[in-house]
Design a protein around this ligand. Structure first.
Ligand code: TEU
Ligand code: CA
Length: 541
């Protein structure tokens, strides 16, 4: 794996949200020592790369995506020594680690911003974006206007996220140099790359209203690559929620931009009313997901690379959203099978491998996420009935995926001996790792095997991708094919029993599945069926 320059195409990435993975010192907050104590678990599952969400110094207005010091570790999570130990141990086990790079904005407690807002002549003033008038009017992604008045200097500063996350002014070359220096400092410590938070936004041009994929994006990425990434064997994944898949393909196929793959949001709007934002709910239709994902596979056919994901710390749990909590394990297995054998690098968000699901807390006070809380108050003020507001939060709130990892059925799910910062999902008596491990047909064993298969066959990296029964609303069945191997992936994304003629694949051999299946003229696919069949050309003659 090491000698191959595109090792990351074949890697399994596992995302850790540090607040909620494992608490080592019983203060109710996940931490770095907690992660270290679970590395063997990750290795055993088949993880190649850990993506660590932010552990930097932060007032935690947005759970660490508001950074007040890029080089210091947040004492909530441990010390710099703990982090070095983590990096060492990850490497000792033959894994890699990428960290979050959050450089569209800082915290309002970052010394740059504190100085910048202290007076107009501050040498850091121009590290941020200031205007006399809040124009053009832009809405913050976390509710309210994106301009906040600062009464010390009588100007407005710009923030696309919370008002405690002022946007950096990327058009300032001095700022850019400081960021590059920081990036190199981390890479020299031995980390293996970055997950680049909202990286498309650094190219924005506010006056012309071009925020995502702005006019300066390629210039800055190119410069960053020259200064930081070039010549290093690392992987970078750019979060780019607002660009088209075609554009993502273009950007990742340009080797001079240092962007190895991107997170695309193309499939994340399918359960919202178009143009109305994430809280305006619409029923999920499996065929929409199938169409979008199929299209992505086709776009990345000609170079560039994609990241495969359904959930992360910003998205609801995938079983609750695209599966079926009443058929938790089967639908969970179906989602893994459907997604992770497509073209792209698989990203598993912590807890998905044991089939964790979302939460429905009764009171808004039980929620901790700033986006959720801001939305709640804005919606109530607008007169939306509370019941309706809570329905949206149940479906889409970010705390759904941020509850503590469920290790076992002891108090607080084995995450801690102290009341956690966010309540444990009450279903932890049933849904937990210890339980799941005991079930040979559970999530863990099934999905572990899936990734072993994925890693063994190069067809998943270099093979064609062809959807069968394109019009079918229930199934997602596809063929991966190169000169050596053909793999047939069969999934039923719904609760209905479906019959399909799969007789042309009679010679294929089943290597994984949540039911036994015979491929013939009338193959019966039970609700949430998932299976994988293979045909090796050489063995056939
Ligand atoms: O998320 C960027 C992003 O686009 C989110 O605003 C996303 O649309 C939203 O969470 C959906 O509800 C990144 C981080 O992943 C997120 O946790 C941060 O809050 C955000 O950037 C600001 O740094
Ligand atoms: Ca702790």
């Amino acid at each position: 794996m090491e000698k191959n320059l595109t090792w990351w195409k074949n890697a399994l990435v596992y995302q850790i949200y540090p607040l909620s993975f494992k608490d080592s010192n019983d203060d109710g907050i996940g931490d770095i020592q907690g992660i270290i104590s679970k590395l063997e678990y990750l290795k055993d599952y088949g993880v190649d790369v850990i993506w660590l969400s932010p552990v930097y110094q932060s007032p935690m207005d947005d759970n660490g995506y508001d950074i007040s010091n890029y080089k210091e570790v947040n004492p909530l999570f441990g010390t710099s020594e703990d982090l070095e130990l983590l990096i060492q141990n990850v490497h000792r086990l033959g894994m890699k680690i990428i960290m979050d790079l959050v450089v569209n904005h800082t915290s309002d407690m970052h010394p740059w911003f504190l100085d910048a807002k202290s007076n107009k002549n501050s040498k850091y003033r121009d590290y941020y974006i200031w205007k006399d008038k809040p124009e053009p009017m832009i809405h913050s992604i976390f509710s309210g206007p994106a301009w906040t008045y600062d009464n010390t200097t009588n100007q407005y500063y710009f923030h696309l996220f919370s008002k405690r996350q002022p946007d950096l002014n990327w058009q300032n070359p001095k700022l850019r140099e400081e960021i590059y220096e920081m990036i190199n400092w981390w890479l020299d410590k031995g980390i293996d790359g970055f997950r680049m938070d909202v990286i498309e936004l650094i190219g924005k041009d506010i006056d012309s209203g071009k925020l995502g994929d702005g006019p300066h994006l390629e210039k800055y990425l190119h410069e960053m690559n020259e200064r930081c990434f070039k010549g290093r064997d690392i992987m970078n994944v750019g979060e780019m929620g607002g660009i088209s898949v075609k554009r993502a393909q273009e950007l990742t196929s340009n080797p001079n931009l240092g962007l190895h793959m991107t997170f695309q949001f193309s499939h994340l709007g399918i359960d919202e009313i178009e143009g109305k934002g994430k809280w305006a709910l619409k029923d999920y239709e499996p065929i929409k997901l199938k169409e979008i994902l199929s299209n992505n596979n086709n776009i990345f056919k000609n170079g560039g690379w994609n990241a495969l994901f359904l959930s992360n710390h910003d998205q609801p749990r995938q079983i609750s959203r695209f599966g079926d909590e009443k058929n938790r394990i089967r639908s969970g297995q179906m989602l893994f099978t459907m997604l992770y054998l497509q073209r792209g690098t698989p990203y598993v968000y912590m807890g998905e491998e044991i089939g964790m699901t979302g939460i429905k807390f009764n009171h808004i006070e039980q929620y901790k996420d700033i986006e959720t809380i801001n939305y709640y108050h804005e919606a109530i003020k607008k007169g939306i009935p509370e019941k309706e507001v809570m329905q949206s939060i149940y479906k889409k709130g970010r705390d759904n995926s941020r509850t503590p990892f469920q290790w076992n059925d002891k108090k607080y799910a084995g995450f801690s001996n102290h009341k956690p910062w966010l309540e444990v999902n009450p279903n932890y008596h049933e849904v937990n790792l210890e339980n799941d491990l005991k079930n040979p047909n559970g999530m863990y064993h099934y999905t572990k095997k899936l990734f072993q298969i994925r890693k063994k066959l190069s067809v998943f990296v270099d093979g064609d991708f062809e959807v069968l029964f394109k019009e079918c609303k229930n199934t997602f069945i596809y063929l991966r094919k190169n000169t050596k191997t053909q793999v047939l992936v069969i999934t039923n994304m719904t609760n209905s029993t479906i019959t399909k003629d799969l007789s042309r694949f009679k010679k294929f051999k089943m290597i994984l599945g949540n039911d036994q299946l015979k491929l013939n003229e009338q193959t019966i696919l039970n609700p949430y069926h998932a299976s994988v069949f293979v045909k090796e050309e050489e063995n056939d003659n």
